[in-house]
Ligand binder design. Structure first.
Ligand SMILES: [Zn+2]
Length: 398
C-alpha cells in the first residue's frame, strides 16, 4: 500500500497480506485465505501459527467450509488493539485513541495554540501520550497528522502559512524514540486519504483523493492503493497552486495560492471584513466559519453568498485535481465540509462548467462523513497502515 512496501522481505509481505485480508474481510478460514492470496496451504498454516502465537490474530469457532465441512476461522480482533492519534492544525491540536476500525474511543482538544505556546503544546502532547500508554496496554503506535508541505525524511514542515512557528519544529526529533511504541508522522491530507481508504464503508475505490479544506488547504491522493508522495514527500500540495497569477501573495513565495481564498483563515478574514458574524475577530478560525455556516442555514443572504463563493474556489481546486490526478472519487473534508449541501452545490457548479466532461462523468465528489474528524482519524490510519504492512515491527512474528 505504501512506499515502504518494496523494502519488505517476501515473508513479511505474505504476513502483511494475510493481516490485511483478515482486516478487510473479517473471519476467514485458512483455505479461504490461501485461495484469495494465491499462497500454499502449508505457507498459510506456518505464517498464521506465528501470528496466533504472538496473539496478533486468533482462532474462532468453526465456519462453514467447502462441502459443508466445518473449518476453523481466523480473525484479527480490531477492537483489541488501539492507536493514539495527534492532529496538528496550526492553532488547533487534537488527540484521540482509536481502535483498528477507526472507532474513536476518546478524544480531547488542547488549548488554542499560538506561535508563542508551541513549546508548551509539544510538552503537553508528550505528557498526554505517556499517560495514555500507562493506562492502555493495547496501544500499538502513535500516528501524527501535520500540515503540509511536510518534508517526510527531514521531519519538518516547509511552509505553514499564518503560523510560521511550526516550521521550526522537527516532529521526528520531538517525538520519535521517546515512548514504548513507535511514532509515525504523515502530511494531514495524506493521513485523511488513508482514513477514508481504511475506515469509510462507502468508499470502494483505490483511486481516491482527500481534499482537506480547513485552516490550510491540502490534498492526499491514492493511486491504485498507493499514496503519491513526491521526492521530498511534498507532492499534491493543492493549497499552493495559483488560481490567480496576479492574486494575493502567499507565505510560500507564490502568488494567488488557492489556500489564500478558501482556507478557514482566508474565509475568517472575509467574515470579519464583511461583518457577517458578531465578534468574529475574537473567534478562532473554525468557530468563525461554523458561525458563518449557521448564518447561511438560518437564511442570512450575505452569509449564503460567501458560502457560495468559497464553494466556487473549492471547485476550481477540484478541476485541477481532475486534470492532475483523475481520481474516481474526491472527498472534501475538514472545516469547510460543514458548509454542507449549499457548499457542495457551488463546488459542482464550477466543476460542471470547467471540467472535461468525461472526467466529470466518472468522478464522484462527496463531503467526508467519517464519524470522527478525518485528519484525527487519519493520524490513526497512518499508524494502522504501518501495523498492517510491517507486523514484525510490532510483534515477534518472524
Ligand atoms: Zn502558497
Amino acid at each position: 500500500m505504501q512506499h515502504m512496501t518494496s523494502q519488505r522481505t517476501v515473508s513479511e509481505s505474505n504476513r502483511s497480506h494475510i493481516l490485511e485480508h483478515l482486516y478487510r474481510n473479517g473471519v476467514c478460514s485458512r483455505a479461504q485465505i490461501a485461495q484469495a492470496l494465491n499462497l500454499t496451504p502449508a505457507a498459510i498454516t506456518k505464517i498464521t501459527a506465528r501470528l496466533i502465537d504472538a496473539r496478533v490474530i486468533e482462532e474462532t469457532g468453526g465456519i462453514e467450509g467447502r462441502k459443508n465441512r466445518r473449518s476453523i476461522g481466523l480473525t484479527l480482533d480490531t477492537d483489541r488493539f488501539h492507536v493514539i492519534s495527534v492532529k496538528f492544525a496550526r492553532s488547533i491540536v487534537q488527540m484521540g485513541i482509536f481502535d483498528l476500525n477507526g472507532g474513536c474511543l476518546s478524544s480531547q482538544t488542547l488549548p488554542t495554540v499560538t506561535d508563542e505556546t508551541i513549546g508548551e503544546t509539544l510538552q503537553a502532547i508528550r505528557t498526554n501520550i505517556q499517560t495514555y500508554l500507562e493506562h492502555d496496554d493495547s496501544i500499538l503506535a502513535v500516528g501524527m497528522a501535520v500540515p503540509g508541505p511536510y518534508l517526510r525524511d527531514v521531519g519538518r514542515i516547509a511552509v505553514v502559512s499564518s503560523m510560521q512557528g511550526w516550521r521550526k519544529i522537527n516532529f521526528l526529533r520531538e517525538f520519535a524514540d521517546r515512548f514504548r511504541v513507535p511514532v509515525f508522522v504523515e502530511q494531514d491530507a495524506r493521513a485523511g486519504v488513508l482514513a477514508h481508504y481504511l475506515f469509510d464503508s462507502v468508499n470502494t475505490c483505490d483511486n481516491l483523493a482527500y481534499y482537506l479544506v480547513g485552516e490550510g488547504v491540502g490534498l492526499g491522493v491514492m493511486e491504485n492503493g498507493e499514496l503519491i508522495n513526491g521526492s521530498l514527500g511534498a507532492a499534491t500540495e493543492i493549497g499552493h497552486i495559483s488560481i490567480d497569477v496576479n492574486g494575493r501573495p502567499c507565505d510560500c513565495g507564490n502568488v494567488g495560492c488557492l489556500e489564500r481564498y478558501c482556507s478557514a483563515v482566508a474565509v475568517h478574514e472575509e467574515i470579519v471584513k464583511r461583518r457577517l458574524v458578531a465578534h468574529a475577530s475574537s473567534m478562532n478560525h473554525a468557530r468563525a466559519c461554523t458561525a458563518l455556516f449557521a448564518g447561511a442555514q438560518d437564511g442570512d443572504r450575505r452569509a449564503q453568498e460567501l458560502v457560495q463563493e468559497v464553494g466556487h474556489y473549492i471547485g476550481y481546486g477540484c478541476v485541477t485535481i481532475f486534470n492532475a490526478f483523475n481520481p474516481q472519487r474526491i472527498v472534501i473534508g475538514d472545516i469547510m465540509s460543514q458548509g454542507g449541501a449549499r457548499l457542495l452545490t457551488a463546488v459542482r457548479e464550477v466543476v460542471n462548467q470547467r471540467a472535461i466532461p468525461e472526467l466529470n462523468d466518472s468522478t464522484t465528489i462527496a463531503l467526508s462523513h467519517l464519524s470522527a474528524d478525518a485528519t484525527l482519524a487519519g493520524g490513526a490510519a497512518t499508524a494502522i497502515i504501518q501495523f498492517l504492512e510491517h507486523p514484525s515491527t510490532f510483534f515477534d512474528v518472524s
